[in-house]
Design a protein around this ligand. Sequence first.
Ligand code: NAD
Length: 296
Amino acid sequence: MNIGFVGLGIMGKPMAKNLLKAGHKLTVYDIVTASVEELTAAGAEAASSAADAAARSELTITMLPDGPDVEAAVLNPGGVLDGAAAGSIIVDMSSINPVTAQKVGAACAEKGVEFLDAPVSGGEPKAIDATLAIMVGGSQDTFDKALPVLKSLGSSATLTGPVGAGNVTKLANQIMVACNIAAMGEALVLATKAGLDPEVVFNAVKGGLAGSTVLNAKAPMVIGRNFKPGFRIRLHQKDLRNALLAAESMKVALPFTSMVQQMLVASMNNGRGDLDHSAIVNIIEDMAQCQVRKPE
Ligand code: NAD
């Protein structure tokens, strides 16, 4: 298939490379030229704009930081929708506010362009391995057409409802991950302050009910003091802000989410915005004046 790809960041780059590996013809665009050059070296063609990428493609994927970036890259003059032909498909795989996904989807529908919101979970390692979990909103028909492409990027792609549903599912995912990391942080700070080796505690609990994918991925990072992203604090803050906005519009109270979102804001103010989200733990460490690390 001729595929366009707009947004070649931590996630977009490996995803684009997997599309090349799967044998698709790929046209790429990013505002950062060096990222485009990395993909052209791997076999992609460079587009002169997002519209140009879409004009040369039957299906165009966007992988951008947040809703305003998606609106700019898709809806602005020179954006994806400007170049997309009627009958082509736009798949936004960024994590954004579901309301923005619906706005972009409606603009696409007016032009006869099909749209899916299809955010992902799994982070950079799963983007590299093409084992992302993809949560999709849109029509069954469009989903079926895009599925072979999504299968080159992830190990699962699940249609959870109409346009916007992909991002509602992703927000649910992000709430669980963030609250899980914060709870892990409180637990490991308590254990360390009590004089225990946090690695021994991690190994003791990981096979029980407290065990989780989050614990297995993030506890070793915290204990090893490795906060290289991964998934940046500022992006997770954005996701929880979107979750709270969506919740407010539905009159749903999310007390834990709002607490962790405040911790993420504080982390950004402490200069930790570009660290991995496992650095949520640093806020709890600061309050206890105790770092989670192996005893000397
Ligand atoms: P990133 O900041 O590394 O990459 C974003 C890319 O978009 C950058 O290369 C930037 O130059 C480009 N860009 C921004 N505006 C543009 C525009 N108008 N036109 C063209 N290119 C533009 O972000 P990322 O970590 O790759 O995340 C992308 C999305 O995926 C976010 O919504 C994030 O929440 C989500 N996500 C990230 C992870 C992760 O672990 N990093 C995991 C799951 C989901």
